[in-house]
Design a protein around this ligand. Structure first.
Ligand code: NAD
Length: 491
C-alpha cells in the first residue's frame, strides 16, 4: 500500500515518520493509501520551513505582476484536470459528483480573485503630509505561512488562503486533513508544474504532532486554520501565544427561520439542500429550522416531501444526491446524537439511522433524519451534529426566533425565509452571525468576500478570502520621506 510522500523543496520525499494511518473510502471502506503521522512528522515541518524561508526571500523580490502569472497557470491546470480532481474528492470524502465539481469551482474563483493582487495589495500615499514631506503605507509579505485544514472540503478550503499567500509574496505550507490527503497530492502534482522557487509551496502530512510543530516553529509567522471549535480555540491560543498571526475558523450550528409569508415550495427545497447537501458535513449547513406562526403543517409537509426524495449512494454514481459520512466513528457519533435528541424529548418525523445501500453495504451511509420538537433547554439543540439531521422547532414570532438565534454559541450563518422586506432588513441587522442568508440556504461568501464567522465559529480578526486574506498575508509599513530641496518643488 502506498505511503504518501511529502512535497518539500520542490520534490516528493518520504516523511521522517514511519508511523502511518489509513485513508479510507467512506462509501466502501477500501483503504486508498497510508498517510504519515506521529511525533516524527514534526521533523518534516522543520525541514519544510527552512526551505520555505529561503524560497520566500527569493519570491518576495519577484514583481507582483510576475507572481500572479503562476496563478493564471494554476487556474488552467485546475480546469484541465477538473474531472480527475473531482473523482479523487468523491473517493476520499464521499461527496457527490456535483458537490466535488462545485468545491473545485470555488477554489478556482479564489485563484481568480487573487490574480487581482497587483491592485488589491496596493498601499496609500499622501504627498506633502507636511511641506516637502511625503507619507506612504506599503504592504509587504510576512514570510512563511501555513494552513491546517478539515476533511469536509479537501480542495476548496486550502484555496481560501494559498493563492493570496503566494500572490502577496509569501511561502506557504499546507497540512491537509489526514482523512482526505489525496486531493492535495493531486493538486501538488499540478503545482509542481508551475516553475515556482523550490520550497515556496510545501505539502506536509500528519495529525496533531505536525500541527503542534507548526504552532511552535518560530519561522512560521501566520497560521490559517479551519476545523472544529475546540481545535480552533487551541490553535488560536497556542499560535498567538507564540507570536503568530492566526485566523481560526471553527464549528457551527446554523439556524434558519421560516416566516409565515415565505414561499413554502421554494423555501422547503432550498432548506433540504442546505441541511442534507454534503451529507450535512458542511459548516454552512442549515441545522435548526424554526418555523414561525400558527400554520406549521404546510411547511413541515413541504420539507418532508423535499427530503424524502433524496437518493443515497456512492457519490460518483449518477443520480445520487447524498453520499456517506466521513468515517464509521462519525456515523456512530451522529446516530448517538439522534438518540440523544429522542431521549431529550424530540420525535422523529424521519429516522435515517437504518440505511443500507446495495453494493455498498459497508459504507458509512445515513438517510436524512428530521427531529421534531427538539427540547430547547437540553443539549442537542446547541450541539454541532455535522451529519444529515434537521432539528425542527417552532416559535411564535420573529422576535422570539431572533432571540433563539442570538443565544446560540456559534455564529457562522443564520438565514431567514420571507417575502417581507422589513422582516428581512430587521433580521440582517439584528442576527448575531457573520454570514447571513435571506431566502438563501447556504450563505457561502464568494471569493471576493471574507468568510465571516462570528462567536465560537471564528477566532481572529481577518478572515479567509478576498481583501481580508490580502491583509492577513501582508504587514503594513509606513514610510515618511523628506528629500533635499534640490529634488523637490521650489516653494
Ligand atoms: P478537526 O478539528 O478534527 O480537524 C481539523 C484539522 O485539525 C485537521 O487537519 C487535523 O489534523 C487537525 N487536528 C485535529 N485534532 C487536533 C488537535 N487535537 N490538535 C491539533 N490539531 C488537530 O475538524 P474536522 O473533523 O476535520 O472538520 C469538521 C469540523 O470543521 C466541523 O466542526 C466543521 O464545522 C468545521 N468546519 C468549519 C468551517 C468554517 O468555515 N468555519 C469550514 C469547514 C469545516
Amino acid at each position: 500500500m502506498e505511503i504518501l510522500k511529502n512535497y518539500i523543496n520542490g520534490i516528493w520525499v518520504d516523511s521522517m515518520s514511519t508511523k502511518t494511518i489509513e485513508v479510507i473510502n467512506p462509501a466502501n471502506q477500501e483503504v486508498l493509501a497510508k498517510v504519515p503521522c506521529g511525533p516524527d512528522t514534526a521533523k518534516d515541518i522543520e525541514i519544510a520551513t527552512k526551505f520555505a524561508f529561503n524560497a520566500y526571500k527569493e519570491w518576495s523580490k519577484v514583481p507582483v505582476m510576475k507572481r500572479v502569472q503562476a496563478l493564471y497557470k494554476l487556474k488552467s491546470l485546475f480546469e484541465e484536470n477538473i474531472g480527475e480532481i473531482a473523482e479523487i474528492i468523491t473517493k476520499e470524502s464521499g461527496k457527490t459528483k456535483e458537490e466535488s465539481f462545485g468545491e473545485i469551482q470555488r477554489a478556482i474563483e479564489n485563484i481568480e480573485v487573487a490574480c487581482g493582487t497587483p491592485m488589491l495589495m496596493a498601499g496609500d500615499v499622501i504627498e506633502d503630509i507636511a511641506t516637502g514631506v511625503d507619507e506612504m503605507m506599503i504592504r509587504q509579505p510576512i514570510g512563511v505561512a501555513a494552513c491546517i485544514t478539515p476533511f469536509n472540503f479537501p480542495c476548496m478550503i486550502v484555496f481560501w488562503f494559498l493563492p493570496y499567500a503566494i500572490a502577496t509574496g509569501n511561502a506557504f505550507i499546507v497540512k491537509p486533513s489526514e482523512k482526505v490527503p489525496l486531493t492535495m497530492m493531486k493538486l501538488f502534482e499540478l503545482i509542481d508544474k508551475l516553475d515556482l522557487p523550490k520550497g515556496l509551496l510545501s505539502l506536509v502530512h500528519g495529525g496533531k504532532e505536525s500541527v503542534d510543530a507548526i504552532l511552535e516553529n518560530q519561522t512560521i509567522k501566520a497560521v490559517s486554520f479551519v476545523g472544529s471549535t475546540p481545535v480552533a480555540k487551541y490553535i488560536y491560543s497556542k499560535g498567538t501565544a507564540n507570536g503568530k498571526r492566526v485566523q481560526a475558523q471553527g464549528g457551527a450550528k446554523n439556524p434558519v427561520i421560516v416566516l409565515p409569508d415565505a414561499d413554502i415550495e421554494m423555501s422547503s427545497k432550498i432548506i433540504a439542500d442546505s441541511v442534507y447537501g454534503c451529507a450535512g458535513q458542511r459548516c454552512l449547513a442549515a441545522s435548526t429550522i424554526i418555523t414561525v406562526g400558527d400554520d406549521k403543517r404546510e411547511i413541515k409537509d413541504a420539507i418532508y416531501e423535499a427530503v424524502k426524495s433524496r437518493t443515497i449512494g456512492y457519490g460518483w454514481d449518477d443520480g445520487i444526491s447524498m453520499g456517506p459520512v466521513i468515517t464509521a466513528e462519525s456515523k456512530h457519533r451522529i446516530t448517538n446524537l439522534i438518540q440523544q435528541g429522542l431521549d431529550e424529548g424530540a420525535s422523529a418525523l424521519l429516522d435515517g439511522r437504518k440505511t443500507s445501500v446495495s453494493g455498498y453495504e459497508n459504507g458509512n451511509f445515513l438517510s436524512p433524519t428530521i427531529l421534531e420538537n427538539v427540547a430547547l433547554d437540553k443539549n442537542l439543540i446547541q450541539t454541532e451534529i455535522f451529519g444529515p439531521v434537521m432539528s425542527l422547532i417552532s416559535m411564535n414570532n420573529i422576535e422570539e426566533a431572533l432571540r433563539f438565534v442570538n443565544n446560540g454559541n456559534y455564529g457562522n450563518m443564520a438565514c431567514l425565509f420571507t417575502s417581507n422586506g422589513a422582516s428581512a432588513r430587521k433580521f440582517r441587522n439584528e442576527a448575531d452571525a457573520g454570514n447571513i442568508g435571506i431566502n438563501i440556504g447556504v450563505a457561502a461568501p464568494m471569493a471576493q468576500f471574507p468568510f465571516s464567522g462570528w462567536k465560537d465559529s471564528f477566532f481572529g480578526d481577518l478572515h479567509g478570502q478576498g481583501k481580508h486574506a490580502i491583509e492577513f498575508f501582508t504587514q503594513t509599513k509606513v514610510v515618511i520621506e523628506r528629500w533635499p530641496n534640490i529634488w523637490t518643488r521650489k516653494f
